[in-house]
Design a protein around this ligand. Structure first.
Ligand code: DAK
Length: 256
């Protein structure tokens, strides 16, 4: 069904692999369309799927950027229109109601790092390299990188990465707060899956509400405190709240 991505179910986790290893998994338009389709349809509607991992095929790269050969032909108007659409795709991941983690298995550059930044969390293999090299091509990040990198690592470190275009290694990324954990390449998927599994025993409704409230505080048209008050109140009316409290009081595991 897809030409550029593969989706595999590992129990309750969907493993979405960007699958263009010959081009270091560079994101062309078709690949982004397929990612958008997956997040809009099967990953969202399949209730057996509780979380998603995004990774890159092959040993070398998560995603080495947007596809340079494709975007080299764009005009100003096309660039702007595509950035708008691309932001929509990234936002779909950013606001996805189930946890999404990028398992960064190699180069995560330009649009590739922006894809990882749109995920809720990031785990990197020790050999991963991350950077926003757009300025080397006379561009700036166009899929949310100027904003999301700044939110994660602060203005100074973000500007250092964006203005120098240099890559950082996994250790620095971990220290700067760009990734949540680092691990050996062999254990990247299992470590990422273990992180997700900690969330699977919890209320899916509460998880979706928490993602929404955290995101609301970072959006320019939304108020995180208001969203928290609204969602917190709403939670009292959910079956998950009754199940969670009953399980606690009767000393059993909740069955959400
Ligand atoms: N696009 C297209 N092909 C790529 C690619 C990319 N981003 N990165 C690598 N490849 C291809 C190479 O061309 C090569 O193909 P062949 O020559 O074999 O046909 C193949 O993948 C293997 O790459 P290398 O031979 O270069 O591998 P090395 O190990 O020697 O080097 C590298 C690995 C990651 C250091 C190197 O490949 C590299 O520097 N890659 C480019 C990194 C980069 O500058 N990425 C783009 C950043 S700019 C937009 C929104 C966002 C963006 C653009 C537009 N709009 C809304 C319009 C974002 C822009 C960016 O991401």
């Amino acid at each position: 069904m897809y030409n550029n991505i593969k989706i595999q179910l590992l129990d309750q986790t969907a493993l979405l692999e960007i699958d263009r290893p010959k081009y270091l998994n560079a994101l062309n338009r078709e690949t982004l369309e397929e990612i958008e389709h997956a997040f809009q349809h099967e990953l969202l509607s399949n209730t057996d799927i509780r979380g998603v991992i995004i990774t890159g095929a092959g040993e070398k790269a998560f995603v080495a950027g947007a596809d340079i050969k494709e975007f080299m032909k764009y005009s100003t108007e096309e660039g702007m229109a595509l950035a708008k659409w691309g932001h929509g795709v990234m936002n779909r991941i950013y606001t996805f109601p189930k946890p999404v983690i990028a398992a960064i298995n190699g180069y995560a550059l330009g649009g590739g790092l922006e894809l990882a930044l749109a995920c809720h969390m990031r785990v990197a293999s020790n050999s991963a390299k991350m950077g926003l090299p757009e300025v080397s091509l006379g561009l700036i990040p166009g899929y949310g990188g100027t904003q999301r990198l700044t939110q994660l690592v602060g203005r100074g470190k973000a500007l250092e990465m964006i203005l120098s275009g240099e890559m950082i290694d996994a250790e620095d990324a971990n220290q700067w707060g760009l990734v949540n954990y680092t691990t050996n390449s062999d254990e990247l998927i299992s470590k990422t899956t273990d992180l997700l599994k900690k969330m699977y025993g919890k209320s899916a409704h509460a998880i979706a509400a928490a993602i929404k409230a955290v995101n609301a505080g970072l959006g320019k048209d939304t108020d995180g405190y208001e969203e928290e008050i609204r969602s917190f109140g709403e939670s009292f009316g959910t079956p998950d709240f009754h199940e969670g409290v009953d399980a606690f009081l009767t000393k059993r595991k909740p069955n959400f």
